[in-house]
Design a protein around this ligand. Structure first.
Ligand SMILES: Nc1nc2c(c(=O)[nH]1)N[C@H]1C(S)=C(S)[C@@H](COP(=O)(O)O)O[C@H]1N2
Ligand SMILES: [Mo]
Length: 262
């Protein structure tokens, strides 16, 4: 049996006890097998075991419209708040670009209109946050594999790094975050997984600001912090050492595991 399925079984049994607390599709969970530090230690082993049993491209569970949470909970940054982002939002992200660069043959600069014209995938999936809640929503976007195929990864590309528009640190104490932008990374297997999207719609509507407008990543076999919102730039790299704090993501630099497989 695949490890993910076992963990999910455990999670669902845990949820049975929560019962009426939970809205349809959105749950507060008391037992979080995926958050347990004992289960999450030895992350390289976890990754190997998950891929061995689940296969490189096994799909995360997909749900039905009836399972969708009436309100999808938002978490982390709810508004990047910078002058630049405000201006973008005011023009309905008409000038937003997602650049794709680094170790690629053909660097790209994609507008939202261009992204929306590409082949799309829609999937109803469950988002699991390590803080102890889950939510089911319907996501639509372009498969990362499609974008990577357009860009043409070079042979030595090993990771895909996503740079976001929200600064996480207030350096001068004025109450406004001004530096230390959120970022995340996936390896090539996870980045080219069929359910890994640059997503622009949630439940059939353009993403709102709280959920990452105008575009965010969905990597459905990964925990919430591996789903960067407000994506501006994508870079293919050989090593994560020189990026941010060197651990592959904003939360990883604060001590979270880089492998966030569920
Ligand atoms: N840019 C950015 N992406 C982010 C975060 C963030 O603070 N900034 N928080 C992460 C975490 S911890 C979670 S659980 C999800 C929440 O996504 P949601 O707000 O759509 O529920 O976004 C992830 N991606
Ligand atoms: Mo999270």
């Amino acid at each position: 049996m695949r490890e993910g399925a076992t963990r999910r079984g455990f999670l669902m049994r845990g949820l049975a006890g929560v019962g009426t607390l939970a809205l349809a599709g959105c749950h507060s969970v008391s037992q979080q097998p995926w958050a347990d530090p004992l289960l999450r230690s030895a992350e390289a082993l976890t990754k190997r075991v998950q891929r061995l049993f689940a296969g490189d491209h096994a799909l995360a569970q997909e749900f039905t419209k009836a399972d969708i949470a009436p309100v999808f909970r938002a978490n982390g940054t709810l508004d990047p708040g910078t002058a630049e982002y405000r201006a973008q939002a005011q023009s309905n992200f008409a000038n937003w670009r997602v650049t794709v660069g680094g170790l690629v043959e053909h660097p790209l600069s994609l507008s939202m209109a261009q992204l929306r014209k590409m082949p799309s995938r829609t999937q109803i999936t469950r988002h699991d946050c390590v803080e102890g809640w889950s939510c089911i929503g319907e996501w639509t976007g372009v498969q990362m594999s499609h974008i990577l195929a357009l860009a043409g990864p070079k042979q030595n590309a090993r990771y895909v790094v996503f740079y976001c528009a929200d600064p996480m640190t207030d350096t001068n104490g004025d109450g406004i975050n001004d530096s230390d932008f959120y970022y995340e990374s996936l390896d090539m297997v996870e980045a080219t997984h069929p359910q890994t999207l640059l997503a622009y719609d949630l439940n059939g509507q353009p993403l709102d600001i709280a959920h990452g407008a105008p575009v965010r990543v969905r990597a459905e076999r990964q925990l919430g912090y591996k789903q960067p919102k407000y994506v501006k730039a994508v870079a293919l790299v050989e090593s994560l050492d020189k990026i941010g704090g060197g651990k592959g993501g904003y939360w990883e630099d604060q001590g979270y595991n880089w492998w966030g497989g569920i």
